[in-house]
Design a protein around this ligand. Structure first.
Ligand SMILES: *Cc1c(COP(=O)(O)O)cnc(C)c1O
Length: 336
């Protein structure tokens, strides 16, 4: 089977497994797992941020960040396609007790003007805007990315307005591979960043939350409350360190293969539109009379696993277990 449902299906490589089994371990609730500490220092230094916290999932890093920035009755501003809104189980409300103001961006990307116009006025009727959250790459936007100009404008605005700016950077390394931006720039633009190690980077589990010392101290308390205080997690942190050292450079290959998938889908009788491909995600729209669930089942029977992404859309995601051989096989099947 050709697996294109998600870049979370990647399996640890032999080198990664070796790194995991030889990692020095300790109890992370006591702050004594040397490998977890190494990972946290490594990622914080990479992004030029003060501190970091290793967590089980990107949902948890996002939810901790929201809870740390926003209190009950206040609001988060984000795009309507955001993972924090669509795919985190209503956590903005359930975990932070917060409201959400949804904006309609361009393929999930917000502009500075949209954000500026959305901030609530200083008025007792209004819900106080206390966080702006961006996603980069935007999953539901077909892996779209922000330009440096746009991020600089948004960051400048948020600093001036004294409103924290969070990044759901589940695929931030894909964004950097495609744009040429570097981690230090993101560290300057954002107050907090969630980075997934378990997506394109290929670790089996884990995300890192970045921020100031005060923010991470607060985040550590919230993580414990959520039951995310873990013990000899160095076994998993070692996979993350290995991924950062060995599996970042290759992301551009995933992007090249995604571009090939997009090209192969263009002009197919059952495809009405291919969303612009910039990173490792390809979203196609089906012709009106075709249901995504049926097409996905048909492709599955032909050896291709992909994900329905709404009633009329299908998503393909490339990753380190999808090589050129799989790509040629994919193209052959899809053309037939
Ligand atoms: C996958 C993903 C997350 C986090 O997902 P987990 O499965 O909880 O690790 C967050 N944001 C985006 C955009 C994602 O694609």
């Amino acid at each position: 089977m050709i697996e294109l449902r998600s870049d979370t299906f990647t399996l640890p490589t032999v080198g990664m497994r070796d790194a995991m089994f030889s990692a020095p371990l300790g109890d992370d609730v006591f702050g004594e797992d040397p490998t977890v500490n190494n990972l946290q220092v490594k990622v914080a230094e990479l992004f030029g941020m003060e501190n970091a916290l290793f967590c089980p999932s990107g949902t948890m890093t996002n939810q901790i960040a929201i809870s740390a920035h926003v209190s009950k009755g206040q609001e988060v501003i984000c795009d309507e396609l955001s993972h924090i809104y669509l795919y985190e189980g209503g956590g903005i409300m359930a975990n932070a007790g917060a409201s959400v103001k949804l904006l309609k961006g361009d393929l999930g990307r917000l502009s500075k003007d949209q954000i500026a116009n959305a901030i609530s006025p200083d008025d007792i009727h209004a819900c106080e805007s206390k966080l702006v959250s961006l996603e980069n790459t935007v999953n539901k936007g077909g892996g779209s990315i922000y330009t440096s100009e746009s991020l600089q404008e948004i960051a400048d605005f948020c600093k001036h307005a004294s409103i924290p700016l969070h990044l759901d950077g589940a695929r931030i390394f894909n964004a950097m591979a495609a744009s040429g931006q570097n981690p230090k720039q993101f560290g300057q633009w954002f107050d907090s960043i969630s980075v997934c190690l378990s997506k394109g980077l290929g670790a089996p589990i884990g995300s890192v939350l970045l921020g100031s010392n005060d923010f991470i101290k607060k985040a550590r308390r919230i993580r414990k409350r959520l039951g995310g205080g873990w013990r000899q997690a160095g076994l998993l942190a070692a996979a993350g360190i290995y991924a950062l050292d060995n599996q970042v450079e290759r992301l551009k290959d995933d992007h090249a293969r995604a571009t090939q998938i997009g090209l192969a889908c263009e002009g197919l009788a059952w495809v009405s539109e291919v969303m612009p491909v910039t990173t490792n995600i390809v979203i196609i729209k089906l012709k009106d009379d075709i249901k995504a669930s049926l097409k996905v089942a048909e492709l599955d029977s032909l050896g291709i696993k992909c994900a329905p992404f709404g009633p009329q859309y299908i998503r393909f995601v490339t990753h380190l277990n999808f090589d050129d051989e799989a790509l040629y096989k994919f193209i052959k099947i899809i053309k037939q």
